[in-house]
Design a protein around this ligand. Structure first.
Ligand SMILES: Cc1ncc(COP(=O)(O)O)c(C=O)c1O
Length: 378
């Protein structure tokens, strides 16, 4: 069976993890964490980058940092992972879901403004599949209404919009290094990106259990104590050591994924031009990271038959997200603004194909051939 995903592994991860272990100092913010922080700060040219145990917790930190209060409203797409919403619901916010653009499955920027009320605190665009939202439009709306923007860039490391990396537009942003993402820190991992430097000091405190321990380690205070609310949002250095092995290979991993993505895109172009399936659109100004290749089939029934057929051919394809506004928690904690024209319909048609670092051309060709056979037999 060709799996849907294989966690990326280059070769140096093992060496660095063993090295971190032998240092006998592998709690948070150790040698490899610092190396990763510096790498991200240079690469993204952001005010601060802080590793977190996962992206969910980076989003939770963002919600604390912007001081979300019970009753505040947060605007986001419904077609996203639960953590995008949960991070804010945990602080008492109400989620206001906005419809997506079918071509990218990203929030429809043109509908965002209609969802703004007196209670709106932030907009959370999600760069689905590593494809960018129009961050100029979103930042313009946010600036005019005095709102925060937190980019959910979980899937978007190494993608950019008009030459600027995703995750560097909003006040804050979150990346994921889960094993299904392009780069992993050993299964789980995340990063909080801080672009507005007024958040740096408090972010360090919140991440260190509400203490000013980071300042103490830098020698800026002579003892540390409890100064604010917080939790433990820093990963151990073994996670950072694993990630460091991947960052060294970041361009190689990117090129490999982009070539698999392009192979699908070309191999399935004929089916798309006949109108049998739809392929993802690359938004204007977007340089994407080959995170995901999905196709859209006719409807839910065809999707089920298609996934079963691929499984018989030894190919594991999957679908995801049940739109949050239609799930039981989504009904409790959120509300869809306007009409759900695309979110449900498009999500029911979407199928993700295997895409991982090291997917061979023979595997891609087998997958493409199986897809063509399925539709030709109809
Ligand atoms: C859009 C989005 N946001 C947030 C997350 C949460 O990431 P993590 O699993 O690192 O907490 C994911 C994970 O799949 C995601 O796809």
């Amino acid at each position: 069976m060709i799996p849907f995903n294989k966690p990326p592994f280059t070769k140096n991860e093992e060496k660095y993890v063993l090295d971190a272990m032998s240092s006998q100092k592998f709690s948070g913010d150790g040698f490899y964490s610092k190396k990763c922080h510096t790498w991200f700060e240079r690469k993204l040219n952001c005010a601060k980058a802080l590793l977190t145990p996962n992206c969910t917790q980076a989003l939770e930190m963002a919600a604390i940092l912007i001081d979300v209060q019970p009753g505040d409203e947060i605007i986001m797409p419904s077609f996203t992972f639960v953590s995008t919403a949960n991070a804010f619901v945990l602080r008492g916010a109400k989620i206001v879901f906005v419809d997506v653009i079918p071509g990218s499955m990203n929030i429809d920027e043109e509908l965002v403004e209609k969802a703004i009320t007196q209670k709106t605190k932030a907009i959370v665009p999600v760069h689905y599949a590593g494809m960018c939202c129009d961050m100029h439009k979103i930042m313009d709306i946010a600036n005019r209404h005095n709102l925060f923007v937190i980019e959910d860039a979980a899937q978007a490391m190494m993608s950019s919009f008009e030459g600027k990396p995703l995750g560097t537009f909003g006040h804050l942003a979150a990346l994921s290094f889960h094993e299904t993402k392009n780069y992993t820190s050993g299964g789980e991992g995340g990063l909080l990106i801080i672009n507005d430097d007024s958040f740096i000091e408090r972010a360090e405190i919140i991440r260190e259990k509400g203490t000013n321990r980071s300042k103490f380690f830098r020698g800026a205070v002579d003892k540390y104590s409890w100064v604010d609310l917080g939790s433990s949002y820093l990963p151990c250095d073994l996670q950072a050591a694993y990630l460091w092995g991947q960052l060294e290979f970041s361009d190689i991993i990117l090129a490999d994924r982009l070539s698999s993505w392009e192979r699908y895109n070309q191999g399935l172009a004929d089916l798309a031009s006949r109108g049998t399936i739809e392929l993802p659109e690359i938004p204007v100004g977007c340089s994407h990271n080959g995170h995901m290749f999905y196709i859209k089939v006719k409807d839910l029934d065809e999707r089920q038959a298609f996934i079963s057929y691929l499984a018989e051919q030894g190919v594991m394809a999957v679908f995801h997200y049940i739109p949050l506004h239609s799930s039981s928690a989504g009904l409790t904690y959120g509300e869809f603004c306007g009409k759900d024209v695309h979110t449900t319909k498009e999500s029911e048609r979407l199928v993700r194909l295997p895409l991982f670092y090291g997917l061979s051309s023979a595997e891609s060709d087998h997958i493409i051939k199986s897809i063509v056979n399925f539709f030709d037999a109809k």
